[in-house]
Design a protein around this ligand. Structure first.
Ligand code: SF4
Length: 210
């Protein structure tokens, strides 16, 4: 495995932020087990976690007028680096006026051991949460979260709470992985939580599809 300090990488018109390789899960389908990069980026395995100042200075190397959004999504769970993510997100909004999205497993409040949903207010415009399945048992099998059975209800609770502070909250599953009945159950869960549901396309190594 090669390591680099790839803090920022491009995916279509988005600039993606890679803050950490830590994650509360060990998903059976994790892209990290298939390679080192996404969309031709350098290795997303980090030599070490960057500081706020290092990420801020990295943005200056990019022509920010080329991007439509900034997305926190790398080889790890972004909320594992929540104390760096927050000032970076605030800096991006203040400096570039771009929309900010966080792609998360929804376990940030367990990771930080407090309710972090209110801390999204004003610095994040969209949150995308991996629902994966409507079944708590299947979720535990797929994600192998270190929080065990606590993870699924905590992820749903986070979705409900963060939707009070963030304009756009979406829960996702991946096409072809669920039956139509399971997808309908996911839709019902999202309707109950007051968030959107999206079935996204499979992400292949070296190629990401929105
Ligand atoms: S939550 Fe994401 S980064 Fe973490 S193991 Fe699962 S797929 Fe990989």
């Amino acid at each position: 495995m090669s390591k680099a300090m790839t803090m920022l990488y491009e995916v279509y018109d988005g600039l993606y932020v890679n803050l950490t390789n830590r994650c509360s899960c060990r998903c059976t389908f994790c892209l990290r087990s298939q390679g080192e990069s996404v969309c031709g980026s350098d290795s997303l395995w980090l030599e070490r976690e960057p500081t706020f100042e290092e990420v801020r200075d990295e943005f200056a190397k990019f022509d920010m007028s080329r991007y439509g959004e900034v997305v926190f999504c790398g080889f790890g769970e972004p909320t594992e680096a929540w104390e760096v993510l927050k000032p970076v997100a605030a800096y991006v909004k203040e400096t570039y006026g771009l929309p900010v999205r966080v792609n998360t497993n929804g376990q940030g409040s367990l990771i930080c051991d407090r309710d972090i949903a209110p801390e999204f207010a004003g610095i994040v415009d969209a949150v995308s949460i991996s629902l994966n399945t409507p079944s708590p048992e299947r979720y535990a099998e797929l994600t192998r979260s270190r929080f065990g059975e606590e993870a699924f209800p905590a992820m749903l609770d986070f979705a409900r709470k963060v939707s009070r502070y963030v304009p756009e909250v979406t829960m996702t599953t991946v096409e072809t992985t669920l039956t139509p009945e399971e997808e309908a159950a996911c839709q019902t869960i999202c309707d109950d939580l007051g968030v959107s549901y999206r079935i996204r396309r499979w992400v292949e190594q070296g190629k990401i599809t929105k």
